[in-house]
Design a protein around this ligand. Structure first.
Ligand SMILES: [Zn+2]
Length: 327
């Protein structure tokens, strides 16, 4: 436990940290519309699971009530049923087409930098932070920082800079978020669209889970200063991106479901009653075997504390890719 290994490149990236107030955006944004992300309508005649934003990653000290969409047990059941149905549907398609499921995947990444103006405080982060973010993703998903390797690698396709004060900050669940994504999203279901900017409510990021039909809301939203070398103290090594993309690839939080039931639907992540923050030692919140998985990318700990996915998570992500995002 503790600091993750093999982070020399990430450490050197962690310069320029200032004391960005953890609740800065909460204070700056004011009233945020009630989350509307559960309002999915059936698409194309087949009922999709609720269009939940995966629960956003929040800074320690931010108010839990500001997490936009904690998944309920019913929502998890709905998503798991949909995954099974999507798997069966794709298996039939592949059998007919004589196509094997993918074992490795390179994900094209389109990065949208949302800016209020041309200043750094207005969202104008340098390209170097974005290329370092891609490097962090490739390290994390290859298993280079610890844990299991996954099937995924990431290839930066484009940086799209957009100056639009009405989209800044990006407000979770707002009509402005919908407008932004509808206007900017590129590519098919296999293209990762990342939206970077200042965020509402002290959030570090949020993401959408995969769906069977392409949805213009699909993608991840990440606090721009959480990228490597950003000013978000303790959250500036790029693991908000790692975490949110985990959701985009169908992972739940390690604390999903608490100590009971199937938890996060992954067998080799120990059950955890609630999110862990900072980097606690010996945390063990469930009677089931195993300490809390505080070093897992899908918990809420500091970037310096989280460094791994499990093989169960790697398997779940690849299964979901072949069910939802593969061509
Ligand atoms: Zn999350």
């Amino acid at each position: 436990m503790g600091l993750r290994p093999n982070l020399l490149t990430r450490r050197t990236a962690g310069v320029a940290s200032t004391t960005l107030a953890l609740l800065l955006s909460t204070a700056a944004v004011g009233v945020v519309p009630a989350a509307s992300a559960f309002s999915a309508a059936p698409v194309g005649g087949c009922v999709e699971p609720a269009d939940v934003h995966s629960d956003a990653r929040v800074k320690a000290g931010a108010h839990a009530k500001h997490e936009p969409n904690e998944l309920t047990a019913a929502q998890v059941r709905e998503r798991e049923a949909d995954l099974a149905a999507a798997q069966a549907e794709r298996a039939r398609f592949r059998a007919g087409a004589g196509v094997a499921p993918l074992a490795t995947v390179t994900i094209p990444v389109v990065v949208h930098v949302i800016q209020r103006d041309s200043t750094r405080a207005g969202g104008n982060i340098p390209d170097s932070m974005i290329t370092q973010q891609i490097s962090v993703l490739n390290q994390a998903y290859s298993g280079a920082t610890g844990g299991a390797p996954t099937a995924f690698s990431f290839q930066l396709q484009k940086i799209n800079r957009v100056t639009n004060p009405s989209w800044y900050p990006i407000i979770s669940g707002s009509s402005a978020e919908r407008s932004m994504k509808t206007t900017l999203r590129e590519g098919g279901k296999n293209t990762l669209n990342m939206y970077l900017g200042e965020l509402s409510d002290g959030l570090l990021g949020w993401a959408t889970f995969p769906k069977r039909k392409l949805d213009s809301m699909d993608g991840v939203v990440v606090l721009s200063e959480s990228l490597p070398g950003g000013t978000a103290t303790n959250y500036n090594q790029g693991d908000t991106g790692t975490h949110e993309i985990g959701h985009w690839l169908n992972l739940y939080h390690t604390f999903q479901g608490g100590c009971s039931g199937s938890g996060d639907s992954v067998d080799d992540t120990a059950a955890e009653a609630s999110p862990a923050y900072q980097c606690p030692t010996g945390r063990d919140t469930c009677t089931a075997p195993g300490l809390d998985p505080i070093t897992n990318f899908m918990d809420y700990t500091y970037d310096s504390c989280m460094y791994q996915f499990t093989s169960g998570q790697a398997s779940r992500m690849l299964t979901a890719w072949n069910a939802y995002r593969a061509a």
